[in-house]
Design a binder for this molecule. Structure first.
Ligand code: AMP
Ligand code: MG
Length: 478
């Protein structure tokens, strides 16, 4: 059964410090350039009627349920007041199955929270966000999703004029760690309670009647983040800007701006041009996850105990679970990536030794696991080194203890090792073509990335791309 939009706005039950309902900023000549038919179908929407209603996707028509959200956030460690400076929530769409999702426009014009920005977005970064979020979803990693990109027909100024665009994105909610920081900083304890109640209703309704629901809620966020970040590490994904305003309490990833997937494996890899100290380097992501969760816990302290000491103990009890949960998810995932399905003592040493070899031989992250999956040892850059041969020998010996035929191991490994990821050179080419008005390469890339565990894609999608004479850099901008 398909329907039209069915918007509600339970978020507006919060006090009005939490949102801005200012005027919309229509654009003259919007054109739909990308649309996600399968997402529309999964939301119970009739794709044709959603596409035809371009005024809605362009932010030209206000809904009764629209608003922009206030939030704060630690940006590179510094707490700042933020908010949706260029985003407009159209509302919470309730699907025919009763699922509630936020539908938000990004790039829809200035709001109370724009802080001098133009409230707009450029086409290139919105195409990037579309591509990366679809790739993440197909990899099985929780993420917000992109429904549409509309070109506004207006030029915006970045470094030179760029095509303006609006992305429609869908998330199970847009409640961030930064939303809680805003409530605790700008509001009262009652505001923190009201926000937490809304969050529990949306994400953890089974906790509504639990006597320790606030503690358990914190625990759930800890669990979701530990899993999300372990998943990112396992596919070599670097988010680039893990500020607390870019961390959803739903455990979905968002804001794929300066992010990229690693080609050559190195734990210190940083892509973002503004991350000069490597705060958000690949190997730091798990620690940043924990740091961000501590910021969430601080906002909840008044709800967690009668005294400050008691509350801190409760918060710490949940926060310390993060490291264990993360390690469990990460090392189990790594073991699966090398075909070990029941983790045993010694396996973490084996996987760590593989990672060391990969660093030393500047191995491609994705293709190393791909080669191991396919048994193409000759293409491993460490295959002829003594320590590489020793590792392969130890690995085979460990595999043989499982007693599974090689074909079965390889078949199962494919489920844990994507054959294709959004390679930076493909993403860049797709974006450049889109900027020239050709969305063919983006659509072609999306088709491949929507099927990442298929090992039969053309070789050009598998290759790491031409060697670079300078490190790959991404830009927050937007
Ligand atoms: P982001 O880096 O996309 O997570 O954005 C950080 C903050 O800057 C958010 O509060 C955004 O709403 C705001 N922001 C980013 N770009 C613009 C823009 N062009 N105009 C107004 N606000 C913006
Ligand atoms: Mg953001």
């Amino acid at each position: 059964m398909t329907t039209d939009w069915n918007f509600e706005a339970t978020y507006l039950e919060l006090r009005d410090i939490f949102y801005d309902r200012g005027p919309i900023h229509p654009v003259d000549n919007p054109t739909l350039v990308l649309f996600n038919d399968s997402l529309a179908a999964s939301l119970g929407l009739d794709a044709q009627s959603v596409k035809q209603d371009i005024a809605l996707l362009a932010g030209n028509r206000q809904t009764e349920t629209s608003f922009s959200q206030a939030y704060a956030g630690h940006q590179f460690g510094n707490l700042t007041m933020l908010g949706d400076g260029r985003a407009l929530m159209l509302g919470e769409h309730v699907t025919p199955n009763g699922k509630r999702v936020d539908v938000q426009l990004k790039g829809s014009g200035p709001t109370e929270y724009s802080r001098g920005g133009d409230g707009r977005a450029a086409l290139g970064p919105m195409v990037r966000e579309f591509i990366i979020s679809e790739a993440m979803h197909a990899l099985g990693i929780p993420t917000n999703r992109a429904l549409a990109v509309v070109q506004t027909g207006e030029a915006i100024m970045r470094q030179g004029p760029k095509h303006g665009a609006i992305l429609t994105r869908v998330a199970s909610s847009h409640l961030r760690v930064g939303t809680f920081q805003f409530a605790a900083g700008a509001g009262s304890i009652d505001d923190v309670i009201a926000l937490t109640e809304i969050a529990i209703k949306r994400h953890d309704p089974d906790l509504i009647d639990a006597p320790d629901c606030y503690e358990q809620f914190l625990g759930r966020v800890v669990e979701r983040q530990a899993r999300l970040i372990a998943n990112w590490q396992l596919v070599g994904f670097i988010h680039g800007v893990m500020n607390t305003d870019n961390m959803f309490i739903s455990g979905e990833g968002l804001d794929y701006g300066p992010c990229a997937f690693m080609d050559t494996y190195h734990p210190e890899t940083v892509f973002s041009s503004i991350d000069r100290d490597g705060r958000y380097a690949y190997a730091n992501q798990p620690y940043i996850g924990s740091w961000n969760l501590a910021r969430l816990a601080e906002t909840l302290l008044p709800l967690l105990g009668e005294t400050k000491e008691e509350a801190v103990d409760v918060a710490n009890k949940q926060l310390t679970r993060y490291t264990e949960l993360y390690k469990e998810a990460y090392f189990t995932g790594l073991a699966h990536k090398i075909g070990l399905f029941v983790r045993k003592d010694g396996d973490d040493t084996l996987t760590n030794e593989l990672l060391r070899l990969m660093v030393e031989t500047e191995a491609d992250y994705t293709n190393t696991f791909r080669s191991l999956t396919l048994g193409e040892m000759e293409s491993l850059p460490f295959a002829t080194r003594e320590d590489g041969k020793a590792w392969l020998g130890a690995w085979r010996k460990r595999l043989s203890e499982q007693g599974l035929p090689d074909e079965d191991v390889s078949r199962i490994m494919r489920q844990y090792n994507p054959a294709v990821i959004p390679r930076n050179h493909h993403v860049e080419k797709a974006i450049q073509a889109a900027e020239r008005g050709d969305f063919g390469p983006t659509e072609a890339l999306l088709t491949i990335l929507r099927d990442p565990y298929n090992y039969d894609h053309p070789p050009e999608y598998v290759s790491a791309g031409p060697p670079r004479t300078y490190p790959y850099q991404t830009f927050c901008g937007t």
